[in-house]
Design a protein around this ligand. Sequence first.
Ligand SMILES: CC(C)(COP(=O)(O)OP(=O)(O)OC[C@H]1O[C@@H](n2cnc3c(N)ncnc32)[C@H](O)[C@@H]1OP(=O)(O)O)[C@@H](O)C(=O)NCCC(=O)NCCS
Length: 382
Amino acid sequence: MPVTTRWTPSPPEAIEVERVFALGAAVTATDLPGDRPLPRSLVRAFLTPSPRERMVLVLAEVSPALPAQAPAAPSPPGEVRAPAPPAHAPATLAPLGEAEAPPLPSSLRASASAGELVGMVVIGLPTKDNRHLAWLEVQVHPGARRRGIGQALVEEAASLARAEGRRELVAHALVGGAGDVFATALGASVASTEAEGRIDEPVSQLRHWEELAASARRVAARAGFALERVEGPCPAHLAASLAQAKSGMNDAPTGALDLEPRSTDVAELRAVEASYAAAGVRQYRVLARRSDGQVAGYTELLVGGDDPGLGRQEDTTVLAGSRGHRLGLWLKAEMLVWLAAAEPGLRVIQTWNDVTNAHMLGVNDLLGSRRVREWQTRVLEI
Ligand SMILES: CC(C)(COP(=O)(O)OP(=O)(O)OC[C@H]1O[C@@H](n2cnc3c(N)ncnc32)[C@H](O)[C@@H]1OP(=O)(O)O)[C@@H](O)C(=O)NCCC(=O)NCCS
């Protein structure tokens, strides 16, 4: 399969966001029927590298259009077929990334060609910690599957990651979905399992959350804690303390995943806030403050400006010294009470938690979140 590459400036051009959005929408319609596609604003934000990673986007483009072809017969059980040369028109693979892109493997060459987008892999290369791994998000258009494109994309990612000194590729796959079988066929092991939870029609549960927030407040306020709502950039006097509190996320269980602890600074906090603002994503945070004013915990949630119906839960943590005062429940109930007023168009809030994270899952259950499906973190040694 002839392979060519090109880099685009970061953040990605509007045209690339549009193509990636359209591919994601087609994949969602097939693999997660009933879900709405990730909004353009969130696609754009997630394609913008943070100061802690470099990002490469490899696009599988076919030109001329892919001819109709029946899917290949499945391999016999237990057998993993070696990649065969495709019978269809040659695909063009095109990586693009930020200006400071990593050196390209010599097998790749620059080209500006652009054809029909049939697949992509986003490769995240952490630069501060966890430099032994690369995060992947692989998608192939439902009309172009079982032709070796997914495998070719992972091979491109592996070659690029190896050139960067990485030892592992890490990706998420829906349990029982095409990605699950694909990851197994490629030899990726299961490192952990996450439950996806959903709160539907959030406004309808307002009364329940108000009661939960009030009961948690009675316990936490007695221990000297107070909450503060923050929309958008964190106030300057709290930014260093919030950046420090992010270390609490290192305590979240991640199964057999070989992860080093991460630390965050104010510059990184600001860069991430700026990328959300530039992409049109609304960022909500509730901070828990100790009696001395320091941040003891926080919860974060994103709402896409172009799809105000979808909320995505991000971090929630309470620092070790402040646990056991119902702060986790208070933070999340307070966030939901706030959103019911601030985002009346919300249809659903999605959240992901490791299946062994009994504390967080217990809080989410109390809040009325339903566990709808499971995702696995897959690791491929390269
Ligand atoms: C998973 C995905 C990327 C696979 O893309 P693809 O181009 O169809 O994959 P390939 O053709 O390279 O498949 C390689 C091998 O994986 C296995 N495989 C892939 N999809 C499969 C499926 N739906 N059923 C059974 N086996 C499958 C097969 O062994 C296949 O080889 P074969 O066709 O010679 O039997 C695609 O289905 C997709 O985008 N799914 C939704 C997103 C996702 O799950 N991403 C991956 C997360 S790890």
